[in-house]
Design a protein around this ligand. Structure first.
Ligand code: MOS
Length: 672
């Protein structure tokens, strides 16, 4: 495949529709006479609903239905506790769904929801994560002996906060149950996975469900798996056949219903000799999960493959608490998992009196320490060296500019190359143009634009002769946009479909010619370890009197294989870095242990980095060619940008001030 369209800096095909407001999002779907659904949520963290009086709500003019556990339909599958909506009076976390009102207007539905009277039998609850308890450990070599013999040891505990995915577009569904068929216009990272999940929950054939989602206003993982709100919307629609029902999750409701990242308590230990060679690393992480559904953030994963230490320990403790359901948030595992270890590497460099870049390069393994396989490509050292030059690492500080203390920090990034097992694309030729159908998603990442680039090169035609249709289960099965696997997976299916098309019809196809292709296992994954790598640089300025922290510059250098589209790639990488900056300085969901809810549950109090926080934030990539990852030679770019970014900021703050903040976020009280 000769890249011609791949690598072109094409503007987003969906851009004009988005910026002119004509792109239709799930809640805006034009339907006749929509009804509106508003959830009723539990106000205790644990116990049971003993009485639920809906009379006042039902009496409100305009109310069409009030659903509770007493009258809701019995679901076919309650295996997924998060999705077992209104199936039991038990309350497992504050904010859990215990009912909903459907009304003629959203205002009426909301008012009526407030009129539902609920009594509870309350039980003691536990919502606070602690480090004490059982850990599942995996050990290679003799870790404790290596620590006992080491010249230099770092042993510190780091914490990351609870974070909530806050895409601009809150979760929303327009649902219609008509003639035995359910249509969901849904804001999702995967129409097909949503369809199969909903089919299973309701016991419906997948053919009787259609999920439509042309545009998504961001998801960051929170729209990767359907949450309870989707089931509730479908349930409400089934209670009112023929009537479309809209459920738009409010921003505060998102803090208990649509997933979040667990807080973590990380003990990171590093052992090295005087030359900086690591002899052991040990990483113990405590995390939480809800009691209704187990979700384990794989924070220990990256430290297994990042550096060459012969003795390694990774341990996890997963505490089941009376809290909302933890779930995917950009780079689950790698994002929190690279925080503690990458700050610990900085601390080790300090203890050794060594350049932290040199320390990392000295421990850059020739092969994957865990599997012993060679890397298909690994250019961590190149990223670090290029970044050092671009960012001015030699002038890293500390220095003082008036009342500002200035310093620069660095950290490494990694993200695995993931490919999902299922996806199919169909290519059709008609009227001189090619149409590619695949039920893929564009959650703002650029799929509408980049899939045509891949298809054009695979077909050997100009990109403007290719149209791609995505975001609808009427198109062939496609995997979720998650784990930075979207472009890799769908692109592989598209390349396969193009190969089949050219085999069948050559380069002079006739009108109506059509071929199908699908993604297959990558045989090279048996022989190689595959990851993208990167280096993050940050400059911190801390005010000597107030402790105010500013990060005027960040620069990331990444090795992500071949870049399909520089514009959308840059947007993903800098977007991830900005989210990492946000994690470093601002984001933190504050849970009140007395009541079990997040108190700062809106964007006024849950601070997300804005333009004014970003300064000069840039990303570049090495010219990396990796023939083993897939036909495009591309690694995913959706998540690596956030990985390591917060550690780079913390390391920069330390260089500027001498204060090592080990608990995120870096707020000024921790610096004074
Ligand atoms: Mo991403 S958190 O894998 O959707």
């Amino acid at each position: 495949m000769t890249p011609r369209a791949i690598g072109m800096d094409l503007a987003r095909r969906d851009g004009p529709a988005k910026v002119t407001g004509t792109a239709t999002y799930a809640a805006e779907t034009a339907v006749d006479r929509p009804a509106y659904c508003h959830p009723v949520q539990a106000t205790i963290a644990r116990g049971r609903v003993t009485r639920l009086d809906t009379a006042a709500a039902e009496a409100l003019p305009g109310v069409l239905a009030v659903l509770t556990e007493a009258n809701a339909e019995r679901l076919a599958s309650t295996e997924d506790g998060e999705l077992a909506v209104l199936q039991s009076p038990e309350v497992a976390f504050r904010g859990q769904l215990i009912g909903c009102v459907v009304a003629e207007t959203s205002e009426t539905a909301r008012q009526a929801a407030d009129l539902v009277e609920v009594a509870y039998a309350e039980e003691d609850h536990e919502t606070e994560l602690t480090a004490e308890g059982e850990y599942d450990a995996e050990t290679t070599g003799n870790v404790e002996a290596a620590f006992a013999e080491a010249d230099v040891v770092v042993d510190q505990t780091y914490t990351t906060a609870m974070y909530h995915n806050n895409p601009m577009e809150p979760h929303a569904t327009t649902a219609l149950w008509q003639d035995g068929t359910l249509t969901l216009w849904e804001s999702t990272q995967g129409v097909h996975p949503t369809r199969s999940t909903v089919a299973e929950v309701f016991g419906l054939d997948t053919e009787r469900i259609r999920v439509v989602c042309p545009y998504v206003g961001g998801g960051f993982g929170s729209k990767g798996l359907p949450h309870a709100n989707v089931v509730l919307a479908a349930m409400a629609a089934r209670a009112l056949p023929g009537r479309p029902v809209k459920l738009t999750v409010t921003r505060p409701q998102m803090f208990s219903l649509t997933g979040y990242r667990t807080p973590t308590i990380q003990r990171a230990r590093l052992a090295a000799d005087r030359t900086g060679r690591l002899s052991a690393l040990a990483f113990d992480v405590a995390e939480q999960t809800s009691k209704v559904k187990e979700f384990a953030e794989q924070s220990g994963k990256p430290s297994r493959t990042m550096y060459a230490a012969p003795n390694r320990r990774v341990a996890h403790r997963l505490a089941a608490l009376d809290v909302p359901v933890t779930s995917w948030m950009r780079a689950p595992g790698e994002c929190p998992g690279m925080f503690g270890p990458e700050v610990a590497m900085d601390e080790l460099a300090d203890a050794l009196g060594m350049d932290p870049i040199e320390l990392r390069i000295r421990n850059d393994p020739a092969e994957d320490p865990e599997s012993g396989k060679p890397f298909s490509s690994r250019h961590l050292a190149g990223c670090l060296r290029t970044g050092a030059e671009r960012f001015g690492w030699a002038e890293r500080g500390p220095r003082r500019e008036g009342r500002w203390l200035v310093g620069r920090g660095v950290a490494a990034s990694v993200y695995p190359v993931n490919r999902m097992p299922e996806s199919t694309a169909v290519i059709r030729f008609s009227g001189g143009r090619y149409t590619v159908d695949i039920g893929a998603a564009d959650l703002g990442t650029g799929t509408w634009t980049t899939l045509p680039q891949i298809a054009a090169d695979a077909l050997g035609v100009p990109v403007d002769r290719v149209e791609v249709r995505i975001g609808d289960t009427d198109y062939p099965n496609a995997s979720v946009a998650g784990g930075s696997s979207g472009m890799i997976t769908w692109g592989s299916a598209v390349v396969d479909a193009a190969r089949a098309f050219r085999e069948k019809f050559g380069d002079q196809p006739g009108d109506g010619d059509e071929a199908e292709g699908s993604v297959s296992e990558n045989p090279d994954s048996e022989r190689f370890a595959m990851s993208a790598f990167g280096a993050q640089f940050a400059e911190a300025r801390v005010h000597a009197d107030t402790g105010e922290v500013r990060v005027p510059r960040m620069h990331g250098v990444f090795a992500v294989g071949r870049v399909i589209n520089p514009r959308t790639t840059r947007s993903q990488l800098t977007g991830g870095m900005l989210m990492g900056l946000s994690m470093a300085l601002h984001e933190q969901s504050v849970l009140d242990p007395r009541f079990g809810h997040v108190v700062n549950h809106d964007l006024a109090e849950y601070h997300v980095a804005a333009n004014a926080d970003a300064g000069q934030l840039t990303a570049e990539w090495l010219d990396e060619h990796d023939p083993h990852v897939n036909a495009m030679g591309a690694k995913g770019v959706g998540e690596i940008g956030i990985v390591g970014a917060a550690a780079a900021v913390v390391n920069a703050v330390h260089r500027a001030t001498g204060v090592r903040v080990r608990d995120l976020p870096v707020t000024l009280d921790k610096l004074l």
